[in-house]
Write a new protein. Sequence first.
Length: 445
Amino acid sequence: MRLSRYFIPVLKETPSDAQIVSHRLMLRAGLIRQEAAGIYAWLPLGHRVLRKIEQIVREEQDRAGAAEMLMPTLQPADLWRESGRYDDYGQEMLRIVDRHKRDLLYGPTNEEMITEIFRSYCRSYKDVPKLLYHIQWKFRDEIRPRFGVMRGREFLMKDAYSFDLDEEAARKSYNRMFVAYLNTFARLGLKSVPMRADTGPIGGDLSHEFIILADTGESEVFCHADLLEMGAPGLDVNFDGDLQPLVDQRTALYAATEEMHDADRFVAEVPEHKRVSARGIEVGHIFNFGTKYSEPMNASVAHPDGKERPVHMGSYGVGVSRLMGGIIEASHDDNGIIWPESVAPYGVGIINMRPGDAACDAACETAYQALSKAGKEPLLDDTEDRAGAKFARMDLIGLPYQIVIGPRGLKEGKIELKVRRSGEKHDLSLDDAIDRLAEGKFANG
Ligand SMILES: Nc1ncnc2c1ncn2[C@@H]1O[C@H](COP(=O)(O)OP(=O)(O)O)[C@@H](O)[C@H]1O
Ligand SMILES: [Mg+2]
């Protein structure tokens, strides 16, 4: 992409109403624009990152054996009357009446709809297990939308739902998602810790929140320090094998959110120097809720003994749009965002220090073509802006690498390559820089 044709409305001033760094940086770097409280337009750069996060979430759902589908944002109220949640959900639910006076709502989550879909087609033990997911916008009329995309009213969520014959099988589905989540967040450059959590309005008894630590997080969390260093299981795990040992390993040590915290147990179980008491951001939440929805909504299957019983269900959410804020909280400096390579909107920024200079233009064009071809998604700053403004903008938007091409360097056959995260700079020939970037020869965390 050429910046002269692109749209990155960078703000010069720090927006005064943004309280946390990720919100400030998202506004300043032109990723999002607020359209109403808690409702955002995703500008081109923000949209690219959102799509990349979404794609990683999708790939790990697929790897875990979940099947993607897409349910609508609008749902009939009657479905929610069946489960009893139409009244329970309260004011967070955005209710809509259509021209025929039928009650609709903008979905805050999809347990009811997926249960209705399942029960319409699946009647036998042969029809389970099923693990289905979609990535769709949700609306929750939060009383206090804040921190930008962290707590929005409209937000993008991946929500998966599992259907199993019995509790033991449901546990296996739960474990699949548990492991998939660890891998997902690791690919996004995040250290996540699963913590025992309250089940809230979704209900049920087994639940974990996946938390990333950040001072600006909304949740107060307590855990054993070793959990932070445990790392993800890795993409080669066999999802059809026994995942229980992996899950046990990560649930054996103390980790709880505020609602589930037991101060006495914390002190008894965790040696003092290992006690982490911090703030965190909830980026994912998984629930096993048994027959809470299948029973009232009559989603039953015939077991091998011929008897019909309600299926055991679970639901598994990832805050796709919230993750963008979480990633920025975890990865930025005074100059701006530092994207992990896996979600960077573009892989390399090329700065043309003197557009119009034949040698600079030609070198930039060579770099642009070669890096495009190598799949590095370059963003070429071919604008007439001052050098200082170009450097500041490139740092602010946080692409992992920058190539600076100016007339003076070119005379000596050199360009400058900067690694955004470390700030280290290399004087290289253009060909060397292109080759090394194309081969991924710079460590960038
Ligand atoms: N208002 C919101 N804005 C952005 N993301 C949200 C919001 N509410 C929930 N999420 C994301 O969706 C995931 C699943 O939501 P869920 O656990 O059902 O919501 P909650 O924790 O608010 O009860 C959460 O872990 C979080 O990452
Ligand atoms: Mg939650």
